[in-house]
Design a protein around this ligand. Structure first.
Ligand code: FES
Length: 71
C-alpha cells in the first residue's frame, strides 16, 4: 500500500490521516486539528476532503442494522 505525502507544509501523510479516521475522526476539520494538515497554504484540503469522504463511504452504514435472529 502506498503512503503518499498529503500535506507538504506540515508533513502529514495519507496513512496518518486514515489512521485518525479509523480512530474516530469524522471530518476535515478533525484532521486539521489533530495534525495541522491543511492549516498553512490549504492546497491539500481537497485531498483531505476526498480521504474523509472515501473513508465514510467505505464504513459500514449503521451498526444497528445488523440482523437479529433472536434466541
Ligand atoms: S500542503 Fe497542506 S497546508 Fe500546505
Amino acid at each position: 500500500m502506498s503512503n503518499r505525502l498529503v500535506c507538504l507544509c506540515n508533513l502529514v501523510d495519507e496513512n496518518e490521516i486514515i489512521s485518525l479516521l479509523k480512530r474516530g475522526a469524522t471530518s476535515t476539520s478533525d484532521i486539521q486539528q489533530l495534525t495541522r494538515a491543511g492549516t498553512s497554504c490549504g492546497k491539500c484540503l481537497p485531498v483531505i476532503d476526498d480521504l474523509v469522504s472515501e473513508f465514510k463511504n467505505k464504513r459500514p452504514k449503521d451498526q444497528q442494522k445488523k440482523l437479529d435472529f433472536g434466541s
